[in-house]
Write a protein that binds this ligand. Sequence first.
Ligand SMILES: [Fe+2]
Length: 433
Amino acid sequence: MSIRWLVCGFVMALVFSACSGGDSDSGDGGGGPAVDDDSVDDDVATDDDSATDDDSADDDEADDDTWPPLPDDDIDDDSDDDTGDDDSVPVECEASIVREPYLQWVTTDSVRVRWRTDEPGYSLVRWGVEDRAEETMLSNDLVRKHEMVITGLDPRTVYPYRVESCGVESTTEDFITAPDDPSEPFTFAVWGDTQDNPDIHEQVAAAAYDWDPDFALHVGDLVGSGWRPGDYDNEFFGPAKQFLQSTPFFPAMGNHDGNSPFYFDSFYQPGSWGYYSFTYGNTFFVALNTTWIYIPGSEQYRWFVDQLESDAARDADWIIVYAHHPPYSEGWVGYDGEPMVRMFLVPLFEEYGVDIYFSGHTHNYERGTKNGVTYIISGGGGGGLDTWARDYDHVEVWAGVHHFTGVTVDGPTIDIEAWDIDDNLVDSYQITK
Ligand SMILES: [Fe+2]
């Protein structure tokens, strides 16, 4: 199995490399797919990455829109249908919400709210706090893919919000902004491999929702086939809608997502190829795309080294990296972990003091520490479970269960919990500096 994936990955890398024209003039992730997301309201959307690392991946949309092409049925030709100049009153339209609101790229003072409708409609978002009048933001551009960037928020504050298109409102959920004080504790959830079994993913997402993290990381394989229309709604957004509506999340690319335009079209992230970084509280996070090229000398490898040597990394108390493929795995017959991650990334983790590397790919929970780096596999989000296959000396915990991982960062201490869908505590572990 491992050889097959290695060969597939190598072939994919060659194909993508050829398609991207070997662009290497950008050190921060250029040359990738430009998803022509016409639905984004440029009059409203503002890039406010105040809580993010300035050295992180390029925020600019790539100019090369030749690959991968956006599926024809996903192109919103109605986005220029601005039906009026009066942005104080919604225009008349008729549409239903088909993808409930979900939150992206939360910072100390902003968040991105996205949702989708079956027909072009206006975008209206309402938010507020209990002691303050409700605020609204409206765009009368008629679109199916909606994105509103709420700015001017206060740090570490809970905001109830809901969206509306064509008179149809979502439910109200709330989110919390990032702290601006690095000493403030925060929580996040990790889940992955939510593919193929939406009924189980629904249970995992419900458990994570009950745990109520401030935000979440997804370690890839969100769906069974990233190139199959409908998978993202049927297997990812639908089963997890309440969790996603209240929890800003940061995804990493899995092999089943396959660098698909449906993936890039669904999630906001700086840069073009699915690797990016951000700072939250006292922690520097780096998402890598291990389904793309990361051999030494490659654009992603050089970008990753730059991130590890950045002021953001040096100033942070913790460095957490996450991606889809694990370097070591006990739970997959014929697969002992990703050889290229072991060869090329693990040495960087050890050299630059990465504290935790989260991954998925193997459908179970594993946790162990080797040469100062804690490796956690949290790949039990819905896909069929793998069975224990081998023993690594450093892996202390293995559990073949559907689960999510909850992480609490409190200054020099990180507490890790893994919970299965029957509310059993699978693992509890503390790291202290
Ligand atoms: Fe995978």
